[in-house]
Structure formats: structure tokens, C-alpha cells
Design a protein around this ligand. Structure first.
Ligand SMILES: Nc1ncnc2c1ncn2[C@@H]1O[C@H](COP(=O)(O)OP(=O)(O)O)[C@@H](O)[C@H]1O
Ligand SMILES: [Mg+2]
Length: 278
């Protein structure tokens, strides 16, 4: 589904003093190569500043790679212009860390949910819009009547579900989720992860799941890519990487998981719930 080869990204260094000169470029992603197979879920982990969000944005072509290739379902999207990308954009979607910032505070939830559908001309009459947004809210486990509410009336977990509803409204095949449970309490985290796993299997989604938290990645992903300073330092199946990490950096991330015994129980709870629901 996705094939990344020798991906590099350099951006202007906004922190550099530059007077009238152009800002110097700073290297953000270096020589990244990996594949994501259809229906698979691949985790991207690494400390803050390791380049995870930049990678997600580049895969979505919100950034243009400086060199290397990104092939999405057989199409090289590395340097496509916006007009050429447009028909593809419906097929890949990103869910951001902070849905608060992507939801317009002055719009009702339902209006925000159907905004992508309107933009793609997939909805024409507004009455149909309310109905569609209510269906999508139900799909992500929320009360349909929330479609008439405003973002500030929802909890963080509810807003994150709205972000997910918006992302799946266009029926994408490929989704990048960037730190979508950071900042939520543990039980909301578990609920969102459970929802994501359910949607992934129901919709056959291919998922890149970004998190600084290895325990979260482990709950959702088949494979994991470990990033440090813009490079991939390790990758493999979750089972492999968690049982014998090769790189000291990965071992350090693993040892930073708080209270591993509690985490184990938490994961089992998620599994138990999945079995009940599924
Ligand atoms: N638009 C930008 N311009 C310049 N540097 C950036 C830009 N965005 C991110 N960076 C830098 O790139 C590095 C990686 O950032 P980011 O991708 O946000 O990492 P992560 O998501 O892993 O925390 C950081 O050092 C950050 O300061
Ligand atoms: Mg980030």
C-alpha cells in the first residue's frame, strides 16, 4: 500500500537568525525506507523531536520530500502538485493529536464532521448532512445528538472520537494517527485504542500509528518503527522488538514505560473488551 525509499526532509530552520537572508535548511528526516502493507498497522515511536510528526505530514504530502520516494498504491506521490494530489487525498487521511485545534469552535460538531464530505462534493443537501454526521458519530461510539453541540461542550475523549469520525467520513484506505491518545486519561486512552482497532478491522484500514508511548503502540500495532533524530534506528514486529530490542535507544524507551505490570493488565483489559464486542 505504501512504499517509502530513501526519504529525506529538510526545512528552513526558523530558529536561526537570518536578517534578510534565507533561513538555512535543517535536516529533519534522513534516509527513511520502509513499507506498510495493506490492512497492516505500523507504529512509529520515538522521543519528542525525533521526527514522527514530520514523517506523518510528509507521508500525507503536507510536506514535500527533499529527496527519496513515497509510492502510495502504485503511484509516486513524492512531487505531485496539489491538483494532482487532490483525487488521492480522499484516500489518505491524518488524525491529529489535538482535535481541539482542528475543530472550528464556532461550528457545530455535525458541521465539522461533514465538512470534508462537502469539500469533495459527496454531500449536496444539508438535511442529508445532519443524518450522515449522526451516522458517523454512532460509528465512533458517540450519541448522534452530539452533532448539534459545539466542541467546547465535549470532553477530550469525545473530541478525539469526532476527529476519528471526520477522518473516516471519506472512507479512506490509509490513515496516519498522530499521538491521538496523548493527554487523555488512561481509561479514555483504552477506549479510543479499542475503537481504532475495531474500525481498522471493520473498514480494512491501513494504519500508521504515531506515539511517543511504546505501551500504546504495542496495544494497536503489528509492527513498529523506532525513530531517533530523524532516522530509523530499529524496526520489526512488535513481539520481536519488545522481547529483544537491539538498539540501546529502543531499550531505553522500553524501560521508560511506567509500571509495566499495570500496563500488562491494561492491555489484557483491552483484549477482553475486544472479545466481548467482537
Ligand atoms: N516547520 C518546521 N520547520 C523547522 N523545523 C521543524 C519544523 N517542524 C518540525 N521541526 C523540527 O523537526 C524536528 C522533529 O519534529 P517533529 O516531527 O515534530 O518530532 P516529533 O513529532 O517526533 O516530536 C524537531 O527538531 C523540530 O524542531
Ligand atoms: Mg509529534
Amino acid at each position: 500500500m505504501l512504499e517509502v525509499t530513501g526519504l529525506e526532509l529538510a526545512l528552513p530552520d526558523l530558529s536561526a537568525k537570518r536578517g534578510f537572508a534565507r533561513a538555512p535548511l535543517v535536516s529533519i528526516l534522513r534516509n527513511l525506507s520502509f513499507c506498510v502493507n495493506q490492512g497492516e498497522s505500523v507504529g512509529v515511536v520515538g522521543q519528542s523531536g525525533s521526527g514522527k510528526t514530520s514523517l506523518g505530514r510528509t507521508l500525507m504530502r503536507l510536506n514535500e520530500p527533499t529527496s527519496g520516494r513515497i509510492v502510495f498504491d502504485g503511484v509516486d506521490i513524492s512531487h505531485l502538485q496539489e491538483a494532482e494530489l487532490r483525487p488521492l487525498r480522499r484516500r489518505f487521511q491524518m488524525i491529529f493529536q489535538d482535535p481541539q485545534s482542528s475543530l472550528n469552535p464556532r461550528r457545530r460538531i455535525g458541521q465539522s464532521i461533514i465538512q470534508p464530505l462537502m469539500a469533495y462534493g459527496m454531500l449536496t443537501n444539508p438535511q442529508q448532512g445532519w443524518q450522515r454526521s449522526e451516522e458517523l458519530l454512532e460509528r465512533v461510539g458517540l450519541e448522534p445528538m452530539l452533532s448539534r453541540r459545539y466542541p467546547h461542550e465535549l470532553s477530550g475523549g469525545q473530541r478525539q472520537r469526532v476527529g476519528i469520525a471526520r477522518a473516516i467520513s471519506l472512507e479512506p484506505e490509509f490513515v496516519v494517527a498522530d499521538e491521538i491518545v496523548s493527554g487523555l486519561d488512561v481509561s479514555s486512552q483504552a477506549q479510543i485504542l479499542r475503537l481504532l482497532r475495531r474500525l481498522q478491522s471493520e473498514l480494512g484500514l491501513t494504519l500508521v500509528f504515531i506515539s511517543h508511548d511504546l505501551s500504546v503502540v504495542r496495544a494497536v500495532c503489528d509492527r513498529v518503527i523506532v525513530m531517533s533524530h530523524g532516522e530509523i534506528v530499529e524496526s520489526g514486529s512488535c513481539a520481536e522488538v519488545f522481547s529483544h530490542a537491539n538498539h540501546w535507544y529502543t531499550r531505553e524507551l522500553i524501560s521508560a514505560i511506567p509500571l509495566p505490570d499495570v500496563d500488562e493488565k491494561w492491555l489484557n483489559d483491552i483484549d477482553a473488551q475486544d472479545n466481548k464486542v467482537g
